[in-house]
Design a protein around this ligand. Sequence first.
Ligand code: GRF
Length: 201
Amino acid sequence: MKRIGVLVSGRGSNFEALAESVASGRIPNSEIGIVISNRDGAPGIQRAEARGIKTRVIPSKGLEREIYDRQVAAVLNESKVDLICLAGYMRLLSPFFVAAFPNRILNIHPSLLPSFPGLESQRQALEYGVKFAGCTVHFVDENLDAGPIVLQAEVPVLDQDTEATLSEKILKEEHRIYSEAVKIVLEGKFKIEGRRVLRTN
Ligand code: GRF
């Protein structure tokens, strides 16, 4: 049985999609061991509680980055997680945290990286005028939205799209590929060569 730790700051729809995939067996032989939020009152925490999943709020306000990350890492280690999934976790991770879980942290980002890292990626894509947008699941390193890419999905940008409609279409793909990527990684059916994540059997 593999254990997943999920870090959220807000809405928690990607957490919910992962929880649903675990429950339905789309991500087999696994459980969500803990959901941690840096924000009190994050809807993601309420969603986890509603599913009977263990939660912890660890407020980050005023704490130096590494001091904070050490607290989060301690809780994740206590919960014996095999994989950490960032799901709308609005914090940069310290080099300490990244080194503590090598190739064991995944993030979902709402753009086709390396285009449009950072915040409001869907709006950035729309304003830039790209004809395809999408989302990316990647391993996390010390740089923002930058580690090796596990999966991507594309979404056409239509003339009538607004930030809201585009975000909605991308989110649907996020929910699909995040579960798929977690399955690949938990089953160990991959190898990393340089920046490339290659599938193995
Ligand atoms: C998603 O768009 C995700 O790609 C980005 O933050 C948003 C989180 O949404 N990193 P949710 O909290 O999972 O609903």
